[in-house]
Design a protein around this ligand. Structure first.
Ligand code: ATP
Ligand code: MG
Length: 235
């Protein structure tokens, strides 16, 4: 198992944000976490990347991540594309992308990964010397995903990659994310667009009020009455 989480808990002061969350991601698997605003999705991804302290089992490739600093987690092969993108708006596309490779020293590997990011998002190559703040929201999301890929992750954490993005670009971004998986990277994606998540992910967990409610394959959850009513607006 690539990522193995068991009884993970996170509190903000007295407020419990995650309670006994258990979840797994296999090598190369695409897993989505669905849930409404405030459910704890971002908190879960932050706990995995050690940006937020937690208790419970948090194992990656058989070793615990508990106690590691965030940059050490990146070094183990987990890269986080955070909520709200967190880019450097005054820097160029290329500079933002290269910041994702800050821990690496393999120049030829970095160059190869830059080529791979450009093949995934050709617009970024065209705009490589453009200042990020002048890009559209969808293009900025592509930069954020590309930057995370420049860390050469074996597990990519994506926090609501489609939020606030026009429909056509959103479909393009989901297609690119699927391609990232097909190139061999496992993905854990928090998302509120249930329809898209259930279309492209292999497996889905539903997080509500800090707890995992349902879990199953995308096909199973697509035919689950509760999911259809609460998340897909049908039935
Ligand atoms: N830094 C913080 N300090 C205190 N409470 C926080 C903090 N960050 C999140 N919370 C609370 O923890 C709970 C989970 O928040 P989280 O951001 O993980 O939810 P989310 O599922 O990502 O929501 P959204 O879909 O709106 O992004 C919420 O009740 C939120 O108010
Ligand atoms: Mg969030």
């Amino acid at each position: 198992m690539l990522l193995e989480i068991d009884k993970l808990c996170v509190s903000y002061g007295k407020a419990v944000a995650l309670e006994d969350v258990s979840l797994r991601v296999a090598e190369g698997e695409f897993v989505a976490v669905l849930g409404p605003n405030g459910a704890g999705k971002s908190t879960l991804l932050k706990a995995i990347s050690r940006a937020q302290p937690s208790t419970g089992r948090l194992d990656f490739k058989g070793d615990s991540l508990q106690g590691l600093a965030a940059h050490q987690v990146v070094g183990r092969g987990i890269c986080h594309c955070p909520e709200g993108r967190r880019l450097f708006p005054e820097l160029t596309v290329l500079k933002n992308l290269m910041l994702g490779a800050y821990l690496r020293h393999d120049a030829s590997g970095i160059a190869g990964d830059l080529t791979a990011v450009y093949s995934l998002f050709p617009i970024l190559e065209e705009r490589s010397s453009q200042i990020v703040s002048t890009l559209s929201g969808g293009q900025q999301q592509m930069v954020a995903i590309g930057r995370a890929l420049m860390g050469k992750p074996s597990l990519l954490l994506l926090d609501e990659p489609s939020v606030g993005i026009a429909h056509r670009l959103k479909m393009e971004i989901f297609d690119a994310i699927k391609q990232i998986q097909q190139r061999g990277t496992a993905i854990l994606m928090a998302e509120q667009d249930a329809q898209s998540a259930l279309r492209i992910a292999d497996r889905v967990y539903v997080l509500e009020h800090g707890k995992i409610g349902r879990e199953g394959s995308s096909a199973e959850l697509r035919s689950d009455d509760y999911i259809r009513q609460a998340y897909l607006g049908v039935g």
